[in-house]
Ligand binder design. Sequence first.
Ligand SMILES: C[S@@+](CC[C@H](N)C(=O)[O-])C[C@H]1O[C@@H](n2cnc3c(N)ncnc32)[C@H](O)[C@@H]1O
Length: 256
Amino acid sequence: MSTTTWFDYSPYAMTYKERPEYVPDVIQAMLRTSGVAPGDPVCDIGAGSGHLTEPLLEFGLRVDAVEPTAAMRALGERRTAPFPGVTWYEGTGESSGRPSEGYRLVTFGSSFDRTDRPSALKETARLLMPGGFFACLWNHRDLEDPLQARIEQLIHHHVPGYGYGIRRTDQSAVIEESGLFTSPVKLSGRKTFHLPADAWCDAWASHATLGEQAGDAFGAIVDGIRALVRAEGTDRIAVPYVTRVWIARLGDGAGR
Ligand SMILES: C[S@@+](CC[C@H](N)C(=O)[O-])C[C@H]1O[C@@H](n2cnc3c(N)ncnc32)[C@H](O)[C@@H]1O
């Protein structure tokens, strides 16, 4: 195991799989921008339960999936077992253990914010072949949606000053300041998912950003969200998500 500090997702692993997928058109746009073709090698870091690994494999890429939390890695291994082109490794964004110049694309699906970002960018530059791409992305609930606005109100009632931290901020500056990549391109797209209401509520128990800040109130908040969703009176709820990607090419003069 790497000696790097990493954020242990074990308490959140069980319900993580209930989260919605990334907006498919945005994933396709990310892959087009990176210029990868089926068969190309990709390293997916902080791969977790395989939410991003799976669409990468569906595209036909060969994926080395790197994940520090054993419980998340076990879920990811199970989920991606039907695909021949994937290998799972223990490691982190800062110390992946993967070979230098081995990949055309290195991805961080909702995991870049869990790294020391300058160190993870340096490690990514080491992993990339010349001309390769770095991409980080997140799924953001659209907080303007009326149900989501009520949920936000509930959260802020329990956790005054609640914030989403780095996961909802612009990543351009940290990428540019590394001096290792060209200016990042931002891609985003919105999709409304029609999801089983109970499973969507269950997935809140995997929300590490909320769990960290809520402390003892976490259970009460998840119960409160369930009550708000049940009040909608439907088995399936419509939840709009925006997938946001920052993608940048390794600079020609990247001092690695
Ligand atoms: C929110 S989950 C994302 C999982 C998956 N990639 C996805 O797209 O849904 C964040 C993952 O980052 C992992 N992680 C925590 N610290 C990390 C680090 N320093 N480097 C890489 N991954 C880390 C966690 O174990 C967890 O599985």
